[in-house]
Design a protein around this ligand. Structure first.
Ligand SMILES: *[C@@H]1O[C@H](CO)[C@@H](O)[C@H](O)[C@H]1NC(C)=O
Ligand SMILES: *[C@@H]1O[C@H](CO)[C@@H](O)[C@H](O)[C@H]1NC(C)=O
Ligand SMILES: *[C@@H]1O[C@H](CO)[C@@H](O)[C@H](O)[C@H]1NC(C)=O
Ligand SMILES: *[C@@H]1O[C@H](CO)[C@@H](O)[C@H](O)[C@H]1NC(C)=O
Length: 340
């Protein structure tokens, strides 16, 4: 009798515990991570974007975060506004540095996010993706980023970043993609970029105020995409060309580049996008260009090219006058015939 009663009592206690505190039983979220997330919410002045971050609920269920399936630690913090007039404003919260399992930290389309790239990000050694895009984050690109050796994607496009590009970024052994476009970056492309682990990350640096020559060392790497357009780069870009490369996209348009195009060769199977418009490039268009199989975008307008446009391949089929116009003395289809 007594044992039966005891068994029932235990069952009853267990049941009431379940009913009274469902949170303690079902919450997966790590308590330390939860504390940090609530601090982040406070540091951002309780923005509407984080309204789901209710202390009474499991933080693995909150918007803008992801928990690891096994450890339940926070592995991703992704703040993104689809409404441009979001009222999330302020700096990147310093407490993001206290989410040690974070692999993915993203801020997208937050026009009122200001201040520097938060120094506490240096603590996030597991970070693979760092995206700060379409914000008003300012200051320079910190060199501590080169210590985050697991970084695969570093996308800092369309912000208010100034200063020069830290040469130490080339030490990131796992970097696959470096997007620093649409900022106010100045100074040269670091010489060290030639020592990226081969083949090297996609390098997108367009719409900045970068100056000086394209380092010859860039010829040592072989990224699939290079976009250096709309800067103030000068001199020779021929190291970016070559028949043995695997380049798909090469855009150096709207710079001050000056080199002899007759001397370069092209990756005939991979190249799909070649934009050289608005530079001081001279010489002839090489016949090798007619052997490029999948060229879809091509523009050499506004340069100092001369001689006959090679006939054949995709050049005349796909591209009109506007891909070739405004040169020194180019002639032949699709431009008017050369004078005999
Ligand atoms: C932010 O937006 C939310 C939802 O529209 C609103 O409730 C809140 O008052 C706004 N806060 C500020 C500071 O404008
Ligand atoms: C930066 O802020 C200005 C207003 O101060 C705004 O016009 C601009 O769109 C913002 N930039 C971005 C990328 O959100
Ligand atoms: C962008 O940076 C400049 C300084 O480079 C600063 O004057 C301006 O206020 C910044 N814009 C925003 C919206 O933070
Ligand atoms: C080439 O670039 C020039 C200058 O930006 C532009 O006017 C022209 O439309 C472009 N042509 C093609 C085919 O993209």
């Amino acid at each position: 009798m007594r044992t039966v009663f005891n068994g029932a009592a235990i069952a009853l206690t267990f049941l009431s515990l379940l009913l009274l505190s469902p949170v303690t039983f079902s919450e997966k979220c790590n308590p330390q991570d939860k504390k940090v997330l609530l601090r982040i919410k406070q540091e951002l002045n309780n923005p509407y974007l984080l309204a789901s971050w209710d202390p009474e609920t499991d933080c693995c269920d909150w918007y803008c975060v992801e928990c690891d399936i096994k450890s339940h630690r926070i592995t991703a913090l992704i703040m993104q506004s689809s409404v441009p007039d979001t009222n999330l404003s302020g700096h990147i919260p310093p407490s993001v540095g206290d989410l040690p399992y974070l692999q993915n930290l993203e801020f997208h389309k937050l026009p009122r996010l200001t201040g520097p790239i938060q120094p506490t990000i240096a603590k996030l050694k597991n970070l693979k993706y760092l995206f700060i895009e379409y914000t008003n984050v300012s200051g320079s690109i910190p060199s501590f980023l080169s210590q985050l050796t697991n970084l695969q994607l570093l996308h800092l496009s369309t912000n208010n970043l100034t200063g020069s590009i830290p040469s130490s970024l080339s030490q990131l052994p796992n970097l696959e993609s470096l997007h620093l476009d649409r900022n106010k970056l100045t100074g040269p492309i670091p010489e060290s970029f030639g020592s990226f682990k081969k083949p090297g990350p996609d390098i997108i640096l367009s719409h900045n105020q970068l100056s000086g020559p394209i380092p010859a060392s860039l010829g040592q790497i072989d990224p699939e995409r290079i976009d250096l357009s709309r800067n103030k780069l000068e001199g020779d870009a021929s190291v970016l060309f070559g028949s043995l490369k695997r380049t798909q996209i090469l855009d150096v348009s709207r710079n001050l580049l000056s080199f002899d195009l007759s001397k370069v060769d092209f990756p005939k199977q991979s190249l799909i996008w070649l934009d050289l418009n608005h530079n001081n490039i001279y010489g002839k268009i090489p016949v090798a260009l007619t052997k490029v199989e999948n060229l879809q975008q091509f523009n050499v307008s506004y340069n100092r090219l001369s001689g006959q446009i090679p006939q054949g391949g995709e050049l005349q089929k796909r591209f009109d006058v506007y891909a070739f116009f405004q040169n020194k003395a180019l002639c032949g289809s699709p431009l008017p015939p050369c004078k005999k």
